[in-house]
Design a protein around this ligand. Structure first.
Ligand SMILES: [Zn+2]
Length: 429
């Protein structure tokens, strides 16, 4: 019997996502070359007689504690932060961290005892969800920091009425958020953070946690949330008409408004008991008025970044509105650009969770390759490209890069290059 070290099996799983192979069966065919075996050995630091069958990789994924892959994700971001290559991405001194939930597996039948359940028109669906904290930036660079799975506790041994109760009290995004930010503070205690959150998080607990952790935040303010606070905002805006600024371009007029500091007592907004200690908050908003289409869009946020005429546009454009990067640049890339987020590569044990995490490690590597000058320096050192040209320009698209990587792994033996004296940078503009 052949045994394989964990790093070999992990690299095999990583290659499956980095080369954008759509199924395990296809990967079994594509990896069957001597060059692929030799390359896997070189990268994982092992001499390999054989490549593991995908069932062996699955067995490993089913049994590996997902926390081990979380450690890889954390180490990666910690190394990048410490080496200061991400310093140009800071916003007002902070790293922008967007948090959002994503569904990554759906079943018609119960898949495991941790599945979330939803019943619509008498039909119950079972699914798995995760809450993801990503470092985001205006350039489109996105890097995972922390991931929390949204899962039910098993209802083994419970009575039917207890199970029914459990059904009503399922795990949810907000509960997972408190676990996620607890770990974020524990693992990155001194990291200066601005959280980017949607309207679900406009509550006293979330804002109180930010306050206690010395974090900044931008939280979307929806029409129907926090009515007492919105009343105070309307009154403050009326009292201070000077807190308005307009910016006109050829096709659009942008009107920005912001409040003076408001000390909000959340008890006025909540049926439930909450701390009477008021919190300092600002409300900021932007209305876009498009001339050609005669359409208007409004964005409103709660924040503890202090707004002024000088910084209001930057706060909204380079801060608050960066939240969409987690949907567009992260989840969309994972779903539609080769990583097959909702395709199941294995359902047993921790397979779902671990393949989900491996995709994020693959995404981090892909992000580094596309947003840094690393590939240009290594592959084409004599090419003089404009300083902002990204690595992706050597290939044209992510799809082409993945295709070329697969061809290369199958056909050419990796040449080891000494990188110790090379300095790489990630483009921030
Ligand atoms: Zn399940």
């Amino acid at each position: 019997m052949t045994t394989y070290p964990p790093e070999v099996l992990l690299w095999q799983a990583l290659f499956m996502f980095q080369t954008h192979i759509e199924s395990r069966r296809q990967f079994e065919r594509d990896k069957a070359t001597d060059a692929f075996r030799a390359n896997l050995g070189i990268i994982s630091g092992n001499r390999l007689e054989h490549i593991a069958h995908i069932d062996t990789v699955n067995y490993f994924m089913a049994h590996l504690n997902p926390e081990e892959l979380q450690k890889v994700i954390r180490k990666n971001i910690r190394d990048l932060i410490r080496s200061k290559v991400l310093d140009d991405f800071r916003f007002d001194g902070n790293f922008l961290v967007a948090v959002d939930g994503v569904c990554f597996a759906t079943f018609k039948h119960p898949h495991c005892e941790y599945c979330l359940r939803r019943t619509t028109d008498g039909v119950t669906t079972y699914f798995h969800y995760a809450l993801v904290a990503m470092l985001v930036s205006p350039t489109g660079l996105v890097l995972p920091i922390e991931i929390e799975f949204i899962e039910n506790t098993p209802d083994k041994g419970k009575t039917l009425s207890e199970k029914d109760d459990e059904f009503k009290k399922q795990d949810c995004e907000l509960k997972a958020f408190y676990r996620l930010v607890g770990r974020l503070k524990e693992k990155f205690p001194r990291l200066p953070i601005t959280l980017l959150l949607d309207g679900l998080y406009a509550n006293r607990n979330v804002i109180g946690i930010c306050d206690k952790n010395n974090w900044n935040y931008f939280i979307s303010l929806q029409k129907d949330s926090l009515p007492a606070f919105q009343k105070a905002v309307a009154s403050d805006l009326k009292k201070h008409p000077e807190n308005t600024w307009q910016h006109r371009t050829e096709d659009c007029c942008r009107t920005f408004r912001w409040t003076t500091v408001l000390h909000h007592d959340f008890q006025k907004d909540s049926q439930k008991k909450c701390s009477p200690q008021p919190l300092l908050m600002f409300a900021i908003e932007e209305t876009e008025d498009f001339f050609k289409t005669k359409t208007k869009r409004k964005f409103a946020y709660i924040t503890n970044h202090r707004p002024s005429r000088e910084n209001i546009m930057e706060l909204i454009h380079e801060g608050a509105r960066q939240r969409w990067k987690i949907e567009n640049e992260t989840f969309n890339t994972l779903k539609n650009h080769g990583m097959e987020l909702q395709h199941s590569y294995g359902n047993k044990g921790y397979c779902l969770q671990n393949y989900f995490l491996v995709r994020f490690i693959a995404l981090s590597i892909e992000q580094f390759l596309t947003f840094s000058n690393g590939m240009i320096k290594i592959l084409s050192p004599n090419t003089i490209l404009p300083s902002r040209e990204k690595g992706i320009s050597l290939f044209g698209s992510l799809k082409q890069m993945a295709k070329r990587l697969l061809e290369s792994l199958r056909n050419d033996i990796i040449e080891i290059i000494d990188l110790s004296n090379m300095r790489f940078s990630i483009f921030s503009g």
